[in-house]
Structures are given as structure tokens and as C-alpha cells.
Design a protein. Structure first.
Length: 65
């Protein structure tokens, strides 16, 4: 199962990930990404991978994809 990872230090709070997959990503009160789940079922892999790659700050990655 692919694993979702975030680099909070790189996050700039664009929220592109939230727009693309709000069931996996959120933004906290400081404007940084929060992962709502780190394990991504195969059925969601493509959608979550697209959301991670949409991050302008390259703060997200899906490993094992």
C-alpha cells in the first residue's frame, strides 16, 4: 500500500492538495499541510498521487506508488 508523506517545513500553504483530495489533506491553523491518512488504498492511489504532485512547493510525496 502506498504511503503518503509530507514535509511541513517545505509547505507554503497553497492548499492545492486539499482542493484535489480533501479526504487526505487539510491545512492547520498555521497554514501547513496536515495528512488525514498516510496509507493510501490502491483505489485512491492515482488521485492522491496527482494531488501530491500538484503541490507547488513539492512538499508532498507518495512512496511505493
Amino acid at each position: 500500500m502506498p504511503i503518503l508523506k509530507a514535509d511541513a517545513a517545505a509547505c507554503q500553504g497553497y492548499a492545492s492538495c486539499v482542493i484535489a483530495a480533501d479526504d487526505y489533506f487539510d491545512i492547520d491553523d498555521d497554514g501547513l499541510v496536515v495528512l488525514l491518512s498516510t496509507e493510501v488504498p490502491e483505489a485512491d492511489r492515482e488521485r492522491v498521487d496527482r494531488a501530491a504532485r500538484a503541490c507547488p512547493a513539492a512538499a508532498l510525496r507518495l512512496e511505493g506508488a
